[in-house]
Every structure is written in C-alpha cells, then in structure tokens.
Design a protein around this ligand. Structure first.
Ligand SMILES: [Zn+2]
Length: 98
C-alpha cells in the first residue's frame, strides 16, 4: 500500500519568539519610563496604548510582564488620569525600591 505524502501536515509557529521578545522588551522599557513620569497619576491600559502608540494587546502583554516578571508595577483598581474611568490599572508599587 502506498501512503500519500500530502497527508503530512506541517505546523509552523505564527511568530518567531526572538523578534516578538525584542519589540516587547522595548515597549516594556517605554511603558516603565512613562509610568514613572506620570506617577502619582496612573493611566489605564487603553490610555497607555494610545500614548505609547501600540495596540491594546501589546500594551496588555507588556503590563502583564511588568507586573509579573520583575514586579515593578502592581495592578490596582484606580481612576485613570487620562479618561477618568475607574478600572484595574497598572501603577508603580508603593514604597521605595530596595
Ligand atoms: Zn484611561
């Protein structure tokens, strides 16, 4: 019996991890600089995305990394200085860094 080679499915990753990690790192740095400058005011994800000219999905990923990885930011329910909505936004953690 002859098995057809056409039935073999090749899965390709949609994104190369290296390139997306590099642009993500750049965005995280810009987010952090912006948040530090804006403190004590805080902006919601959408306002941050608008001001830093990236997509909301990219901003959400960058903020998740910053609140999780090196834990510079913390998520808290606050009012946004940009649009005035009260929702969960990212701000610098309280207290001086040690
Ligand atoms: Zn906002």
């Amino acid at each position: 019996m002859d098995t057809s080679a056409a039935t073999v499915v090749v899965w390709r990753p949609l994104m190369t991890p290296s390139s997306s990690a590099r642009s993500g790192e750049d965005l995280r740095r810009r987010v952090l600089a912006f948040v530090r400058k804006a403190t004590p005011f805080a902006y919601c994800d959408a306002c941050l995305a608008l001001r830093l000219e990236c997509s909301l999905a990219e901003m959400a990923a960058a903020l998740a990394d910053l609140a999780d990885g090196d834990a510079v930011l913390a998520r808290a329910r606050r009012s946004c200085y940009g649009c005035g909505r009260t929702l969960e936004i990212s701000a610098l953690r309280d207290g001086p860094p040690r």
